[in-house]
Design a protein around this ligand. Structure first.
Ligand code: F6R
Length: 261
């Protein structure tokens, strides 16, 4: 796991964008994994700017979303399919149908989850997965206690996540759906490169457990310690509880230029 401590959201976004632009230049048909929430917003802005500047094309790429609320009406602005459309898909040149997400309006939710895992496999798997992390340590919506081998399925949000996400629903926790469909931890672990972004002091404990704690379902992100290629991009505040912060800074400052992320 490579931990990169960067000064601000803009630098984190630019660093993640570099990795995606580099991947698409080498493999135009790459499969991306898209997260929602606040953490990737600056990255999506950066990618839209680079697309507008002619530096990257998504025309042959595919993308799979991490998760979706269950039961939000199709036109609801916070439905993750609509968020991803607004924040990135509509701002670049993805082909129609190239961006997929779990179907939170399916009548048979377990079947929709199985079909989603299969669609990811059929696409050849995710090349680069963007991730955020919840203040309770969740990855996608794999809340504490999630099976470390889980596949895409229904989960119930914790009270903490409902409170955290109320800001997207006019500050009203009662408006946040209780259920979501989420890629499982086992599904996410099959992506070839995981790029996790976290900003702010409220993420410091989760980042500490994820990077330096024991691997445990109590901190689902800690499973990433078993993945061979993880890049963790954090600001100083999110890095505040890392015991080896000085070493991570030293390592990045001395990173051979040819290595990339
Ligand atoms: C969203 C997702 C979640 C968020 C996490 C952090 O697709 O998968 O795991 O990444 O809740 O959210 P923010 O970035 O809003 O702090």
């Amino acid at each position: 796991m490579e931990v990169v401590i960067l000064p601000d959201a803009k630098t984190i976004a630019a660093t993640a964008a570099d990795a995606i632009v580099h991947l698409l230049a080498a493999k135009p048909t790459a499969v991306l994994g898209l997260a929602t929430g606040s953490s990737p917003l600056a990255l999506y802005n950066e990618l839209a700017l680079r697309y507008a500047a002619g530096q990257v094309s998504f025309a042959q790429a595919k993308a799979f979303m991490l998760d979706e609320y269950v039961g939000l009406p199709a036109e609801h602005p916070e439905r993750y399919r609509n968020v991803i459309e607004r924040e990135i898909a509509a701002r670049v040149d993805f082909a129609p149908g190239a961006v997929q997400g779990p179907d939170g309006l399916a009548t048979d939710l377990p079947a929709a989850c199985r079909a989603y895992d299969q669609a990811i496999r059929d696409a050849g798997g995710v090349d680069l997965q963007i991730l955020g992390i919840g203040s309770d340590g969740h990855i996608a919506f794999n809340e504490p206690g999630s099976s470390l081998a889980s596949r895409t399925r229904l989960k119930t949000l914790t009270r903490q996540t409902i409170a955290d996400n109320a800001r997207f629903f006019g500050g009203d926790p009662a408006a946040v759906p209780r259920h979501v469909l989420t890629q499982g931890l086992g599904t996410i672990m099959e992506a070839k490169h995981l790029v996790l972004m976290a900003l702010g002091r409220h993420k410091a404990e989760a980042i500490h457990h994820m990077v330096e704690g024991g691997v445990s379902a109590m901190w689902p992100g800690s499973l990433l310690q078993f993945h061979p290629h993880v890049t963790v991009l954090v600001d100083d505040a999110a890095a505040a509880r890392l015991q080896l912060a000085d070493y991570y800074r030293h390592t990045y400052a001395n990173k051979p230029a040819w290595q990339g992320l």
